[in-house]
Write a protein that binds this ligand. Structure first.
Ligand SMILES: [Zn+2]
Length: 334
């Protein structure tokens, strides 16, 4: 006579496994969400990735994430490549694909800056695979929000590689502004392609809640060697918090005028303790110079030195590059 025995009827062979229990948990948690075994919905995820309005390099990155072939430390260790390091953001956990893309505190804090992603962390199990999570996100996000998510995941990996290979560290908010600017640029180029010769307008983007944004600009007259500088500081609702405009004379180049506008903005922020704050300028040379420690004995360099000093004494303050169209308000002041 055959003995009675326990049967796990969620498995085709009646055997219990953590894999089948995990799938069951996912089904119970998200009855309408796709399971990894659901090929039609899996197909939908791939379709959404390939048809997302993001560059090919971001699609390929997402494909590597979903295929578990992103060379994270855990992936490399599973292939017997030993690396004695934790996560490059929190330095504590094993760097798995789920950790670097979703679970690390740095990544979670970054996600919190995007109101679009409030919903995607509800009901997420720590053991949820990245593919299941992306399928879940696909269900609840709009097309544009899903594209933003793909850009964010790619930017996180890019920042991780910068830290690993170049020892360059961006703050949470620097990554945030980079992602927002990238997506805005993407939208602009898409609409430019679809509208032919019409040059799209890149509108001003507010800073995240609790932050301020100072748009700065300078104008230079080659003949008179005079210029004008303008600074406009606004909060996350777009309300004006402060500003400055003025004329300057005896200047030698437009770069110097831009740098003087930057210094004025930094002084304003320091004097009235306006922080955290991001200074946006359309002068790439100024933005780059504010971030490095290179000595520059020119007139421009001396002003940048002042800016670096002011930035170091203001908590959470940095420069970010912006296109001229997004800097119109400051431009009108000069
Ligand atoms: Zn981490």
């Amino acid at each position: 006579m055959v003995q009675d025995k326990m049967i796990w009827h969620y498995d085709s062979k009646g055997r219990f496994s953590t894999k089948s229990a995990y799938r069951l948990a996912l089904t119970l948690l998200h009855p309408t969400a796709p399971g990894s075994s659901n090929s039609s919905l899996g197909c939908q995820l791939w379709k959404q990735i390939w048809f997302a309005k993001v560059p090919g390099k971001i699609k390929i990155h997402t494909w590597r994430v979903c295929s578990s072939i992103l060379p994270t430390i855990s992936t490399l260790q599973s292939r017997h490549v030993f690396i004695d390091n934790g996560c490059y953001f929190c330095n504590t956990n094993d760097e798995t694909i789920e950790h670097i893309s979703r679970d690390c505190w740095f990544v979670r804090d970054l996600f919190k800056l995007f109101p679009e992603f409030d919903r995607i962390f509800r009901e997420v199990l720590p053991s949820m695979s990245i593919t299941s999570w992306l399928q879940f996100c696909l269900e609840i996000l709009s097309q544009d929000e899903f594209a933003l998510l793909l850009v964010l995941l790619w930017s996180i990996w890019k920042e991780r590689n910068q830290r690993l290979w170049s020892r360059k560290f961006k703050t949470l908010h620097q990554v945030y502004f980079q992602v927002r600017n990238f997506v805005q640029l993407l939208k602009s180029s898409t609409s430019r392609r679809s509208r032919g010769v019409v040059r799209p307008r890149r509108s001003w983007l507010p800073p995240p809640s609790g932050w301020l944004k100072a748009n700065i600009d300078g104008a230079f007259n080659q003949d008179s060697h005079c210029g004008g500088i303008g600074v406009l500081i606004r909060d996350s609702t777009g309300s004006i918090v402060g500003g400055f405009c003025g004329k300057i004379s005896n200047v030698l180049s437009p770069d110097i005028v831009e740098a003087m506008a930057g210094r004025e903005a930094c002084e304003l922020a320091a004097e009235f303790q306006l922080a955290p704050i991001v200074f946006e300028s359309d002068c790439l040379k100024l933005v780059e110079a504010s971030k490095c420690d290179e000595e520059d004995g020119s007139g421009f360099g001396r002003i940048v030195e002042d800016i670096r000093f002011l930035l170091s004494s203001t908590p959470s303050a940095f420069f970010s590059h912006v296109f001229r169209e997004s800097n119109l308000a400051a431009h009108k002041l000069v």
